[in-house]
Design a protein around this ligand. Sequence first.
Ligand code: F6R
Length: 323
Amino acid sequence: MCDEAWTLVPATQVPRSRPTAVVTLGMGGSGIGGDLLRALLHDEASIPVVAVKDYRIPSFVNSATLVFACSYSGDSEETLAAYDEATQCGASCVVITSGGDLLRRARERRHLTVQLPGGLPQRTALPYLLVPVLGVLTQMGIVGSFEAQLREAIQILQQVGAEQGREGATLVQRVAESLLHRIPVIYSTSPFLEPVAQRWKDQLNENAKTFAVWNTFPELNHNETVGWGMDNALAKSLVVVLLHDPHESEHITRRVTITRELVFNKAASVQEVSARGEGKLARLLSGVMLGDLVSWHLAGLRGVDPTPVPVIEEVKRRLARSG
Ligand code: F6R
């Protein structure tokens, strides 16, 4: 998917103006790409990158803003409303979708459209929602080429996938087993992996149909750590999953060790998972893939079907009915 997604951007139609900010619009499985982009470009882009998950766009958006409207189905009402506002502001818009109203509006407005293959559950299409954004930004010269990073990421993802076929309990199975009948508490040990922690939570919700929470170091040391003063019996229902970055600084490692000694000993268990690779894209996507696999295994252990998300669909249906 990563490979194919890189080829989906038509080079000739990429906007040529130099934006003063990049904004992504998208919800849920189509919105997390924006969070990953923000982490990826944090120390890479010389302009702000903002992920919007709302009907409204921030007031700074104007004709100098580059907006990516991302909705796999093309029918999320929040993304459609925000896209309409961005269009009214004269922003340069790029649309990433497989169809729906978003595709129709993008064609009418002659906005650059990356049309994705249809028929997938939205959250499984993540590479299609993220990689074309990197392609556009690369072609516009806003960032250096991500192609080498993408190649490394694909290799690492293939390795992670291959490990799953091997005999014996894999890390993924062990972590999934530890989460059975518990509430997963996903902590990224650095803000860089924050969107990965969020994706783990989202996938545990949608695939394993279970409640989960997430947070990140160092911020959690300034509030949530105190919350571990909860009743011991409550804490025993929690399992902490620490998401490590291979490039984690020693300072962060010390911080995590101290916090673990002070408070996490109250949890049912603490699981440690490390992202893989050198480049940022490989580290982010391998962290995502490990979480996706854990959520899928946990669905099996819980005896639930990972694919359908009837509550999400029902909310959308009722909203559509009520106009
Ligand atoms: C479903 C999923 C959801 C959707 C969200 C937005 O698989 O992951 O989080 O992504 O409801 O819908 P789309 O992506 O079609 O804009």
